[in-house]
Structures are given as C-alpha cells and as structure tokens.
Design a protein around this ligand. Structure first.
Ligand code: AKG
Ligand code: FE2
Length: 227
C-alpha cells in the first residue's frame, strides 16, 4: 500500500530541519548501502552520527509519533531513526529493494523494514526529476510531493529515485517495523479504521454500530499484531 501523509511537517518544521541539515557535512550516500544498492545509488547523505542529522531526525521522529494518520496506517512497532539524502546534477538511485533488516550504527538497534518512508523537504517547483517511482501490484506509481509531505510504501517493493536534472531534491528517509507485518492485513485494518472514523463522525463515538465495529477492529488487531 502507498499512503501519503500530507503536512507531516508544517512550513516552520521544514525550515527548522533544513536549517540544521543544510550546513552539515554531507557524504557519499553509499555509507549506508548494502552491496547491491551501492551499485545503484548516486546521492549524498548525512552520516548517522552527525549531530545536526540527529537533531533533525528527532524533529521528524516527534512529528511521526504525533501523527494520527501515520499511526493508523503504519501501526508502528519500531521506527529506524530518520536519515537524510540529497540528489542533484543528474544523481539518482536506480531500481532496488530495501534491506530487510536495518541495524543502527553504534547502538545495534534493529528494525525489520516492513514500510519505507520518504519525507520530501524541497519545494517540487525547485527541482526537475527526482520522482520516487514504486512498482506496486497495481502498476508503477510516481510520487513527488510538496515539502513537508511524506509517502509510506512497502519496503518489499522495487523502487527508484529518478535522476534530478535541475536543482536539488532533499528528503528524509527511514523504515518502519509494523506491528502487522503483512501489507494486506495492515491495509484492511487501515480501511476499517478509516470507515469507523467516518461512521463515528456522523453517528457519534457512542453509537452501537461504532462500538461494535471498533470491537471488530481490535479483535482483528489482536489476531494479526505482534506487539
Ligand atoms: O530518496 C528516496 O525517496 C528513497 C531513498 C531510497 O530508496 C533508499 O535510501 O533506499
Ligand atoms: Fe530504497
């Protein structure tokens, strides 16, 4: 499933993150690559142990932790600390699948990547190319969102970042281990949750249908989740 999270960061949040990362020391993106993706990746990244990157990552982490749509869609169990990348001058990331297990340098914190996230941090009018192209079961989808918007997509999908031919594309990217490993079960829960919210908005939270459907939601979650 691909789920956009609009306005994860407001303009002020984007500006705070950009102020931290723009002056930091960027390095060749292959510092975090597995063997296969090292061949495919041409970009810059902030090192995981950069102080500015860690402060900026905290801002992104706090935003996802508060975001009801992110929580409903991802049902997060563990979130890998957000990283930052930048592409310009024709740089791209060719088609690849993300590593199944991400291990944080230093701490050994491990996350199984069920979902991948890209948080766009540059105005789309300010660069050409740089679409995140994802091969889904329903065909190829291309994503290029306003600064502050995030896209969630299955980490199991083949995906790439198209060459950036003008300006710079700046983004935060990270992985989520979900309580619900299976993409279609997670999608079913998200659809049910969205439908319950819609019914509750007209019938009220205390309506018998809402109470019963909420019970169904939790009973499915109990069946499918690892917490
Ligand atoms: O920059 C992006 O949108 C995605 C980056 C990516 O695919 C990766 O780092 O594995
Ligand atoms: Fe990737």
């Amino acid at each position: 499933m691909m789920i956009p999270i609009p306005g994860l960061l407001d303009a002020e949040g984007v500006a705070r993150v950009r102020a931290l990362i723009d002056t930091a020391q960027w390095v060749d993106g292959n510092v975090t690559s597995g063997f296969q993706s090292a061949l495919a990746k041409r970009n810059l990244q902030l090192p995981e142990d950069s102080a500015e990157a860690q402060q900026a990552a905290q801002i992104v982490f706090d935003a996802v932790s508060r975001n009801a749509l992110f929580i409903a869609a991802a049902l997060p169990l563990r979130v890998f600390p957000p990283l930052f990348n930048s592409y310009g001058g024709g740089q791209a990331f060719d088609t690849h699948v993300d590593n199944a297990i991400r291990i944080q340098k230093g701490t050994g914190f491990r996350v199984r990547s069920d979902l991948s996230a890209t948080l766009f941090l540059e105005d789309p009018d300010d660069y050409d190319g740089g679409e995140l192209t994802v091969e889904t079961n329903f065909g190829v989808q291309q994503v290029k969102l306003p600064a502050g918007d995030m896209i969630l997509y299955p980490a199991s999908s083949l995906h790439r970042v198209e060459p950036v031919t003008r300006g710079r594309r700046v983004a935060s990217f990270f992985w989520i281990q979900s309580m619900v490993r299976d993409d279609s079960q997670r999608q079913t829960l998200f659809d049910l949750d969205s439908a319950i919210q819609a019914v509750a908005a007209t019938q009220g939270q205390g309506a018998p249908e809402v109470i019963k459907l909420t019970g169904v939601y939790h009973n499915l979650l109990r069946r499918w989740a690892d917490a």
